[in-house]
Design a protein. Structure first.
Length: 454
């Protein structure tokens, strides 16, 4: 416990460096791969609307709460709750977060592996001139190939482990600053291309015209879970990143910027993908393969598509890695702070353990495809369901309750007002984090669990 107010902790160099790092954690496969496919599976517009509402009423206030806890203590989530929580039980929230990060990274890295495989495919120009059905065949081939999936899963995790073992600040701030704007620029170009396609009207209608008849308790929970997933909330990643944040940076404006950037990338991702879906008569509800089928279809016909494809997958690889880094950093920071492991030892041991834990997910589309857990889900989908629909929202609920009810007013006010932040805004946030956020999350969870009927 001697780490209290650990002043020697490495800090982000600048506010903008922090924003890019936190946005780098938030922006990733959640925006480009997961958001479009869950939106497609849950009927489009109405789902998007609930997702946006969740960002405002649940995501944003919890992001502030995580920053407050992290910066106040300058510690990893387990240590932070131990220090602020007084009662020992609160540490469990930190532990839950660590477990969530561990499981999440184990299958996120499998998808990261798919991206690497597509990076290689695009480098070899394999999409060029192929028909949509040949392209979806390529994805199926990859799913059926256990060795290839495990190999790329390993390669992805080795890269992430290497970067985390060297310390996240060296280099990552810089790369984020260069590549994040590039990702955005590229998405905007692809968006223009999609908007000129023949399916543009239908795609936009699907994405933005709500049809509430498609909404069920399950899809509301999924939309809320997607908000947690996309903003990297509920497991303590933002506690960890906030713990490296200097005191002269405003939490309110940082959280606003990060939420806005993340949401923009998800929406632009949707605007890129759905017009293509309708132009080529693909199924919006295709599932996890949606991203991997739609974009190559565009690259196959786009002039200069070969080069565009390669740069696109390169940047998406980077976006996936920066998100994965924040998951591993969360786990590793515990072993460094509380167990006194060296950064190198903690990264290598945890990276390897996560790799092993992720192997069944990589095999759940082939060798283990008949192993179904609840509701016919394979291991991969089950873990994703468990993490996004339950572990993240429950973690977020506890973080909101802790910050709203157990942290003294003085403690949170201190953090939020460092730059003379507006007291009215503070009061508003405190009201939301005490009453609205916990109530909303609780309601959705219990509705889904069948405890209440609406
Ligand atoms: N937000 C990341 C994404 O959208 C995923 C993530 C979740 C990262 C939780 C860290 C913690 O891809």
């Amino acid at each position: 416990m001697e780490l209290k107010n650990n002043k020697s902790r490495e800090l982000w160099i600048s506010k903008i460096g922090f924003i890019f790092a936190a946005a780098g954690s938030a922006i990733g496969l959640g925006n480009l791969w997961r958001f479009p496919y869950v939106t497609g599976m849950h009927g489009g517009g109405a789902f998007v609307l609930i997702y946006l509402l969740s960002i405002i009423a649940i995501g944003f206030p919890i992001m502030m709460a995580e920053f407050v806890i992290g910066r106040r203590t300058r510690r990893n989530p387990v240590g932070a709750f131990a220090e602020l929580g007084k009662k020992k039980g609160w540490q469990l929230v930190g532990w839950l977060g660590l477990a969530t990060g561990f499981i999440l990274l184990s299958y996120y890295s499998v998808v990261g592996g798919w991206i690497l495989d597509y990076l290689l495919k695009s480098f070899r120009g394999l999409f060029h001139g192929k028909s949509p059905s040949e392209i979806s065949g390529m994805f199926d081939m990859l799913m059926k190939n256990p060795m290839r999936q495990v190999f790329f899963h390993a390669l992805f995790l080795v890269s992430v482990t290497y970067i985390v073992s060297r310390g996240i600040h060296k280099g990552i701030e810089l790369w984020n600053k260069i590549l994040m704007p590039l990702l955005f620029g590229m998405l905007l170009l692809l968006m223009v291309n999609s908007l000129f396609s023949s399916g543009a009207r239908e795609g936009l209608k699907f994405l933005f015209c709500p049809d509430f008849s498609k909404i069920t308790a399950a899809s509301i929970l999924e939309a809320m879970g997607q908000a947690f997933f996309s903003l990297s909330l509920g497991l303590g990643t933002m506690i960890t990143y906030g713990s490296y944040l200097r005191r002269d940076v405003s939490l309110m404006s940082s959280a606003t910027e990060i939420c806005a950037l993340d949401t923009m990338v998800a929406l632009v991702g949707g605007i890129v993908i759905f017009p293509i879906v309708f132009t080529y008569g693909l199924a919006p509800s295709a599932g996890p393969g949606l991203f991997f089928v739609t974009l190559p279809v565009v690259f196959s016909v786009l002039p200069g598509g070969r080069i565009v494809a390669f740069f696109f997958f390169l940047i998406v690889t980077f976006a996936a890695i920066t998100s994965a880094i924040s998951m591993l950093e969360l786990v590793v920071s515990y072993f460094i702070d509380e167990r006194r492991w060296t950064r190198k030892k903690a990264s290598i041991i945890m990276g390897f353990a996560i790799f092993l834990f992720g192997v069944p997910s990589a095999l759940s589309f082939n060798i283990l495809k008949d192993v179904t857990l609840i509701k016919e889900m394979n291991i991969f989908s089950f873990l994703d369901f468990l993490v996004t629909n339950y572990m993240l929202p429950i973690g977020g609920l506890l973080i909101a309750i802790f910050c709203g009810w157990f942290l003294s007013r003085k403690e949170s006010l201190d953090e939020i007002r460092v730059l003379g932040g507006n007291i009215i805004v503070y009061r508003f946030w405190r009201f939301i984090i005490r009453y609205v956020t916990p109530f909303a999350v609780f309601l959705v969870l219990s509705w889904k669990a069948g405890i209440i009927a609406i």
